[in-house]
Write a protein that binds this ligand. Structure first.
Ligand SMILES: Cc1cc2nc3c(=O)[nH]c(=O)nc-3n(C[C@H](O)[C@H](O)[C@H](O)COP(=O)(O)OP(=O)(O)OC[C@H]3O[C@@H](n4cnc5c(N)ncnc54)[C@H](O)[C@@H]3O)c2cc1C
Length: 547
């Protein structure tokens, strides 16, 4: 446990209080300036130590508490963080929440500590232990820079918030790891676990198994199965489990969904300075875990069946899960960019979504982004921090119709971002990785081939609900119809066997609900997805009570 406070008396008092209660199990390290505390943390890191909790005073000379925590997080990202202040300081609180995602904000003095300090530190320790602190260097991935399978593993780990260290296979440390594992080029990507297990070219499910992500259900039967781990699914998991339902959430890739890929969500209530998708996801996952919702990853649901009162979901490996009720929260995924060369280079320079893992690799290069909606605008802002230039290729005449006003203003204010309207990518070229793209400019009537190492695609989304064919009613674009949308001229949907209308978020099968982006006519926003997840749980209760 580390505490840093420039006031010696306070610093001693904090350390004393912490040692009194936690001294048996934890070493308490005290520093009186941010720089000294960082030195102590670096030393701990080299010695292979772990840090559970950091308590930092906000108002310190040279380096304030938020600045200190920001740097300290780079060394120990899993340590729980609290900011101390002598009086209420709203600005500091907001800054701290947004910059360093503090867990608590403690007002000094905290006498008696039994009431004001220990419950807070207990909660932080509990969440640190539950998260199973893993060192950043624990999982190692050895791969090729321009290889789709290597990218897939890195993206999977990053999106599941599993810290890992990347080694290029042609660099000395990468070669050393391959040698140590007795592996040749066919083993790439190689994943090495903290306990030294080496996995050659593993699947996502195999990686999930060794990094501590659950893939198998604990029970045979649940009250509620939630399909999809985006904001709607996570919202439903938190509300379902906290209201006593035996709840399991099944996610095929990485929890967080589309929102998990967002570099900055600016309009989610309670985060006036925005919040990154990764932060929001991490908090939601902890919250769902706290209420004991089970979360299974790398399980792809491919069918839904009704067997009497049971609702059964089937996985792609043939396994099944049964429950009284189901919430479909599978969202939408990117529409593919159809142009020669694109498919072959996907993962090797062409990426769908903002692919945050690629940020550092874009340093000093010219990046292109296809799309004119908010997601493309956010990605342009994100990559402009790394790239020499970012060009947004927009098919329409202007951004006004497709992008929020605040984002258009932000893009205009960044020097290395260029917006080109009425432009589209017509071909991608490269040998093993993307090298150039051909862009048609219909305004100028020209076609040009431009050097390009990174192309990020954001061109709208589709629900991909083909697996629900014949199971529940969907609209012409595949979105799941619910509640009043199912009534045609006052008639209930075919096969409906209850003497009531479907509840508001209920599908054409009683007890099967839809929430978030996958639902027909839903509002495509994080807040509405979370809200629908919560509302669907209320309707599940109603269904369980009344049938
Ligand atoms: C880059 C980006 C930035 C955005 N920024 C904002 C913003 O600033 N503000 C805002 O309000 N909205 C924003 N959005 C939109 C917002 O993220 C979505 O509206 C929201 O995520 C929808 O949540 P959802 O849970 O319904 O679906 P999703 O987030 O799409 O999650 C669905 C999940 O279901 C999983 N899944 C799908 N099919 C299956 C299956 N068969 N089996 C198992 N799992 C499955 C998927 O892998 C996915 O994780 C942004 C979107 C993107 C892409």
């Amino acid at each position: 446990m580390l505490t840093v406070d420039d006031d010696q008396a306070v610093s001693r008092a904090v350390a004393r209080d912490l040692r009194r209660r936690y001294g048996q199990d934890y070493q308490v390290v005290r520093a009186s300036a941010g720089a000294d505390a960082l030195d102590a943390l670096r030393e701990l890191k080299l010695r292979g130590g772990r840090v559970a909790v950091m308590l930092a005073d906000y108002r310190m000379p040279q380096m304030n508490g938020v600045e200190f925590l920001e740097q300290a997080m780079d060394l120990f990202p899993h340590a729980r963080r609290a900011l101390l202040t002598a009086y209420a300081d709203t600005d500091a609180a907001i800054q701290a929440i947004n910059v360093v995602d503090v867990d608590h904000y403690l007002l000094k003095p905290w006498d008696p500590p039994e009431e004001k300090l220990y419950p807070v530190v207990d909660a932080m320790l509990e969440s640190w232990q539950a998260a199973g602190d893993r060192d950043v260097d624990e999982v190692k991935v050895v791969g090729h820079r321009w290889s789709a399978p290597s990218y897939k593993i890195r993206d999977f780990l990053a999106r599941n918030l599993v810290p890992y260290r990347w080694f290029a296979a042609d660099e000395p440390e990468g070669r050393r790891l391959l040698d140590a594992a007795g592996a040749g080029p066919e083993a790439i990507p190689l994943v090495v676990t903290p306990d030294g297990q080496a996995l050659a070219a593993p699947t996502s499910a195999e990686v999930a198994g060794v990094v501590g992500l659950s893939t198998a259900p604990v029970r045979d039967f649940y009250d509620l199965v939630i399909i999809g781990g985006g904001p709607a699914g996570l919202g439903a998991a938190v509300y379902g489990a906290s209201e006593g339902l035996r709840t399991v959430l099944v996610e095929r890739r990485a929890i967080g969904g589309q929102a998990g890929q967002s570099s900055r969500i600016e309009n989610y209530l309670g985060f006036p300075d925005g919040v990154s998708g990764a932060q929001l996801t991490e908090r939601a996952r902890r919250q769902a875990g706290k209420f004991e919702a089970e979360v299974l990853t790398t399980r792809d649901v491919v069918a839904l069946e009704t067997r009497g009162p049971a609702r059964v979901v089937r996985f792609n490996d043939g396994g099944e899960l049964s429950a009284h009720s189901v919430i479909i929260a599978t969202g939408v995924s990117y529409r593919p960019l159809v142009a020669p060369g694109v498919t072959k280079l996907t993962g090797c320079g062409v990426y769908y979504g903002s692919a945050a893992t690629e940020g550092p690799a874009c340093a000093g290069t010219d990046v292109y982004i296809v799309g004119g909606a908010n997601s493309a605008g956010q990605a342009a802002l994100f990559f402009s921090r790394y790239a020499r230039s970012v060009t947004l290729l927009v098919r329409g005449d202007s951004l006004e119709r497709s992008m929020s006003y605040y984002l258009i203003q932000q893009l205009a204010a960044v020097e290395n971002i260029v917006v080109r309207t009425r432009c589209s990518v017509v071909e991608a070229h490269g040998d093993g990785h993307l090298e150039t793209i051909t862009v048609r400019d219909s305004k100028e009537g020209t076609t040009s081939t431009l050097p390009c190492g990174h192309l990020f695609v954001f061109i709208g989304a589709e629900p991909h609900t083909e697996w629900l064919d014949g199971a529940v009613c969907r609209d012409s674009r595949g979105f799941v119809r619910t509640g009043p949308d199912l009534l045609v001229d006052g008639q209930r949907p075919p096969g409906w066997d209850r003497d009531r209308d479907p509840f508001y978020l209920e599908s054409s099968v009683p007890g099967v609900f839809a929430a978030g982006d996958v639902r027909a006519n839903s509002v495509k926003r994080v807040a509405s997805a979370v809200g629908e997840g919560a509302m669907a749980v209320t309707l599940v209760h109603k269904y369980l009570e009344t049938g």
